[in-house]
Design a protein around this ligand. Structure first.
Ligand code: MLT
Ligand code: MN
Ligand code: ZN
Length: 306
């Protein structure tokens, strides 16, 4: 089983087009040791040829161009992307669906009912795409049964409902529904190796902790270093919790959570990193602290084989 990080940044990307925070300005000017990143997406493959796109970012076309594996060129019109799964209906995870409209068959889209509702109402991408390739909704039922995805033979996918946030345009932004946000466990049935993926993890609920403990690779919410990071920088009025994210530093933060797993040889990787996050500075104290805790920071193009 292969996992490719197509985009390791949160919504907005790094640098963000209109942002002049220390990180965005520094990476733009080349005065900061930091690397550009596109918006949140990974791709998973069992055979290295057919891929499940997990989250379709606004940067999808650039991500496809940067990852030649996604274009196996088997016929006149072709793509390695066999199907898409979205973990929520946020702009950074679904806008790229519009970029797949030139397909000649309906796009298989794995999504919960709550997310499908958003994509047919608050952000009506599915009805829009019905005028192009069309979308075939494959339900993620959250009934405890593993999903089967045709493109990923030998890989079991388990979806976990998460306490996070539906997007601002969602009819259930203020009355959360089960399935607004999910985390995923990918298990290679042959090797038994497991990946836990949750770029938006507002709360570490018991079932989440259990899945994290069992994972060999953790790709988890790396959005913000402190809960009030965006507020302190004068860039937003929202805390990490308001946005459905868990900060890394301090009591109850992600570093503490990752430390508490007695996950022997598991790789711990932060993903979905907001452009304001000081961990993006590769020679900074926050990055050093992560390294001391055995925690890595995802970058575009990072690849795992399990
Ligand atoms: C989030 O996860 O909070 C997002 O990155 C928001 C967005 O895409 O604007
Ligand atoms: Mn996001
Ligand atoms: Zn910025």
């Amino acid at each position: 089983m292969k996992i490719k990080v197509l985009g390791s940044s949160a919504g907005g990307g790094f640098p963000q087009w209109n942002c002049n925070c220390r990180n965005c300005d520094g990476v733009r000017r080349g005065t900061l040791k930091a690397t550009r990143r596109t918006q949140s997406s990974i791709a998973v493959s069992a055979n290295g040829e057919d891929w499940l796109l997990v989250n379709a970012s606004p940067d999808l076309l650039a991500q496809i161009a940067a990852n030649s594996e996604l274009q196996p060129a088997r016929r006149a019109r072709d793509s390695g992307i066999a199907a898409v799964l979205v973990i929520d209906a946020q702009i950074d995870h679904v806008t790229g669906l519009l970029m797949l409209r030139e397909r000649d068959t309906p796009l298989p889209l794995h999504a919960t009912d709550a997310v499908w509702q958003d994509l047919t109402s608050g952000f009506p991408i599915a009805p829009i795409l019905s005028h192009y390739c069309g979308v075939e909704h494959r339900r993620i039922a959250l009934d405890g049964a593993p999903l089967s995805v045709d493109a990923l033979p030998g890989v079991q996918i388990d979806a976990l409902p998460l306490t996070s946030k539906a997007p601002p345009y969602s009819p259930h932004r203020n009355s959360p529904e089960r399935g607004d946000n999910i985390g995923l466990v990918f298990t290679n049935r042959q090797t038994g190796k497991r990946v836990f993926y949750a770029p938006g993890l507002g709360e570490i609920e018991p079932h989440v902790l259990e899945a994290m403990r069992a994972a060999d690779l953790l790709l988890v919410d790396g959005t913000l270093w402190t809960a009030d990071e965006m507020i302190r920088l004068g860039l937003s009025k929202k805390t990490a919790a308001d946005m459905g994210h868990l900060q890394q530093s301090g009591p109850g933060g992600m570093i503490e959570v990752l430390d508490s797993l007695d996950a022997k040889s598991a790789r711990k990787v932060l993903i979905h990193i907001n452009n304001t996050n000081p961990i993006l500075v590769e020679d900074g104290p926050e990055r050093r602290l992560l390294t001391e805790h055995g925690i890595e920071v995802a970058y575009d193009g990072m690849t795992f084989e399990l």
